[in-house]
Design a binder for this molecule. Structure first.
Ligand code: GDP
Length: 485
């Protein structure tokens, strides 16, 4: 990173990322301008002209429909009347999809990006439930209009929290109660439930004919926790637009996240101070994201450490060590390697750091091992916890080589923002290190863990669809999951 480039960045650099709109106050969100300079290497992908023009028209719509505009007020009034049967007037011009937060930050970012893409495809406006602290994590992505639901929106966060798979106002429940959607009048709002425990009725969201019904509902209130974009790809009605917007199918999350997610100045401060102090001078930065789904007791687990070491050795990811030597015998290469570890536990980092302190490397590289925090357990309700989590996701995205833990959405987001194809550590079963320990990802796209397997025409479940759609494949880490490649 060149300091001079950063100094030049006051407002000018943004012009270089055509994906982003102009018209922001640069000081209010430094990451929007500076992140370009922190990403090393050439992993960034170029957005298509179609995507850029779709985004610019989305921004205009968002501004026209944003909270307290005339169209917004009218559409909220319609919601307040809650009169089923009254036909939604298209003169309101604005339809919305409200994103409702649930689960950890990685899950949230994946579902936010998917829901934004759904809004693009269906000409809706995305508004966000604030969750615990979403406004403290992310800057506004759209110029001159907020993406947050105002606090006087008729549904409160408590209403959203209590919404679950069995809620009666959900689309799945409507279908479970055998309402004929072709003859019944559209409603002012509908809950959509697309989270891990959704069932075949909820999954009908992914059928074209059901989208036709949903099309006329001005308020869709969506609770989801994953990257459901691969399943949008298997819907004929969206395929053409998706092909046009994303000629490179393996960079969809990369582009969406680069467009949407700009850490706030306080999070960006954590990222840049850490990066400048520990990572920026290294010749190579290797990230290792350790996510252990097995709780205490026993963490750090020996089988997990063994797996990390087996993987990094086998795939030549980290410098090799010479055990029982005091000094490297080969010529000092003068290369420095920074290993950035992230984990809720400090145990893996301590062992790794100790290993490189106690032993020389075979080629004489100097290896520093660093870990920004060890929060011990997931605390999604805690404010500073999520800020640290986002800063670490971002730091992982700034590495040259990345090792992630299978099944972890935290890792998926880091690889996507960074444009990196990570080595994925398979999830251990019965506390045994898997063999082989890891595999290089086919693409940087996140895996969707819960794809629907229903046939929309026959209305039956259990149908394998993954292999039928070009560019959609099963995931390396979750055998039934789907990802774009
Ligand atoms: P997943 O559970 O691995 O799919 O990822 P999520 O991000 O959805 O949920 C895990 C949550 O646990 C994160 O959002 C963080 O709050 C916390 N967490 C997990 N791993 C780490 C880590 O390496 N660093 C920090 N700071 N927090 C973590």
């Amino acid at each position: 990173l060149k300091k001079a480039m950063l100094e030049e960045s006051d407002g000018i650099e943004v012009g270089k990322d055509k994906l982003l709109p102009t018209g922001f106050d640069d000081k209010s969100c430094l990451s929007r301008y500076q992140s370009l300079l922190y990403h090393r290497g050439s992993t960034r992908r170029t957005p298509s002209p179609h995507l850029i023009s779709k985004l610019r028209s989305y921004e205009a719509r968002h501004k026209r429909c944003s909270p307290y505009t005339d169209s917004y007020n009218k559409t909220v009034n319609y919601l307040l009347q809650q009169s089923e049967g009254e036909v939604y007037s298209s003169t309101f011009n604005c339809k919305y999809v409200v994103w409702i937060s649930m689960n950890g930050l990685g899950n949230q970012m994946l579902s936010m990006a998917s829901t934004f893409l759904y809004a693009l495809l269906t000409d809706r406006v995305l508004l966000l439930d604030r969750g615990v602290d979403i406004p403290d994590l992310f800057c506004e992505p759209f110029p001159e209009a907020s993406w947050f639901l105002p606090s006087d929106f008729p549904f409160t966060s408590d209403d959203f929290n209590s919404f679950n798979q069995r809620s009666d106002k959900s689309y799945g429940n409507l279908l479970r109660s055998n309402v004929n959607t072709t003859t019944s009048a559209p409603r002012p709002y509908m809950h959509l439930y697309l989270a891990y425990d959704y069932d075949d009725a909820d999954k009908r969201f992914f059928c074209d004919e059901d989208q036709t019904y949903l099309h006329n509902i001005p308020w869709l209130l969506m609770k989801s926790d994953g990257y459901y974009v691969p399943s949008l790809f298997s819907m004929p009605s969206f395929q053409q637009d998706l092909q046009t917007f994303f000629p490179e199918k393996d960079a969809i999350f990369h582009l969406l996240s680069r467009y949407l997610f700009h850490p706030t100045n306080s999070v960006w401060g954590l990222v840049t101070r850490y990066y400048d102090a520990y990572l920026s001078k290294a010749d190579v930065i290797t990230g290792i994201q350790v996510r252990v789904f097995d709780g205490e007791p026993g963490n750090p687990f020996k089988h997990v450490m063994d797996q990390i070491l087996n993987c990094t050795k086998r795939e030549n990811i980290l410098p090799q060590i010479k055990e029982n030597h005091y000094q490297s015998t080969s010529n000092l290469k003068n290369i420095t390697v920074a290993v950035l570890m992230t984990s809720l536990s400090s145990g893996y980092y301590e062992q790794m750091r100790e290993m490189y302190l106690q032993n020389p490397t075979t080629a004489g590289e100097a290896v520093g091992v660093f870990q920004p925090s060890h929060e011990e357990f997931q605390q999604t309700e805690k404010h500073s916890h999520n800020q640290k989590a986002l800063a670490e996701i971002y730091l992982l995205s700034l590495t040259d080589k990345l090792v992630t833990s299978g099944w972890s959405t935290f890792g998926y987001v880091a690889q996507g923002i960074g444009g990196l194809k990570p080595w994925i550590l398979y999830r251990p079963e019965n506390r045994v290190a898997p063999e082989p320990p890891c595999e290089r990802a086919k693409s940087m796209e996140p895996c969707y863990h819960g794809p629907p397997a229903n046939d929309c025409k026959l209305r039956i479940g259990g149908v394998e669809k993954g292999a039928l759609v070009p560019h959609v494949s099963h995931c390396e880490d979750v055998s039934w999951g789907l990802k774009l490649v």
